[in-house]
Design a protein around this ligand. Structure first.
Ligand SMILES: NC(=O)c1ccc[n+]([C@@H]2O[C@H](COP(=O)([O-])OP(=O)(O)OC[C@H]3O[C@@H](n4cnc5c(N)ncnc54)[C@H](OP(=O)(O)O)[C@@H]3O)[C@@H](O)[C@H]2O)c1
Length: 203
């Protein structure tokens, strides 16, 4: 498969990139600074910002599925909803149906899966980002794409362990999970339709 990847230069995005290539797929990645990505077989990089519709269109064109691991750069306006709006428009334009997007536990009906302390942080320092993620999820759920929203707990840079819980079970509480394990779950969704139009947690 050819995968359009948004957020490839980020912590989780780099793990997704490695694992998608290792699984034998190819990638078109949109990057504001392509120098952050080393040249790799199977990887083509398009320079651009997700907020630029033409750049996003060209990343999605000709691909079989889209993976979105965008995150807001500190000090910038939240990118999640505005970026996703462009991605969905590009998918519609180019007839691409499958979307796997990383959001966060605590968004939407996963609010009860995060602890009290995190809810306070969400309402103080992360308020605008969490609002952007809620809007991102709303846009995705309203689309006619075959979407899967992946909601991780607190991200770490630990190596992949394979020891994570994932799924729709509300007993899964927000705990630390490595970006590599989140990427493992994300990449598995390319070959698994169990969570189409669902929002599983990974923790
Ligand atoms: N930190 C946590 O504990 C936690 C918990 C749950 C969920 N999450 C969410 O999980 C996701 C992945 O997190 P992460 O820490 O791995 O991400 P990250 O390192 O912050 O990476 C964000 C990515 O988004 C890209 N990006 C931002 N604005 C862009 C724009 N306008 N156009 C194109 N690309 C843009 C960045 O590109 P540049 O390299 O150009 O900046 C980067 O590749 C995020 O949505 C995050 O909010 C995080």
């Amino acid at each position: 498969m050819q995968i359009a990847l948004f957020g490839a230069t980020g912590g989780t995005g780099q793990q997704v990139l490695e694992q998608v290539l290792a699984a034998g797929h190819s990638i078109k990645a949109l990057a504001r600074d392509p120098a952050k990505l080393s040249t790799r077989e199977g990887l083509s990089v398009i320079q651009g910002d997700v907020l630029d519709q033409a750049a996003t269109d060209s990343c999605v064109e000709g691909t079989d599925a889209v993976i979105c691991v965008l995150g807001t750069t500190p000090g910038s306006e939240p990118v999640e909803a505005a970026g996703t709006e462009r991605i969905l428009a590009a998918m519609d334009k180019h007839g691409v149906k499958r979307l796997i997007a990383v959001s966060s536990m605590g968004v939407g009906d996963s609010i009860d899966q995060v602890n009290f302390a995190f809810r306070i942080i969400m309402n103080l320092t992360l308020k605008r980002i969490m609002q952007a993620k809620a809007e991102q999820e709303r846009l995705i759920m309203a689309s006619d794409t075959d979407w899967t929203i992946v909601r991780p707990g607190g991200l770490t840079d630990a190596p992949a362990s394979g020891e994570y819980r994932a799924g729709l079970d509300k007993s899964i509480k927000a705990k630390r999970v490595s970006r590599a394990d989140v990427a493992d779950f994300v990449v598995k969704q390319l070959a698994d339709r169990s969570y189409v139009r669902r929002a599983p947690a990974v923790s």
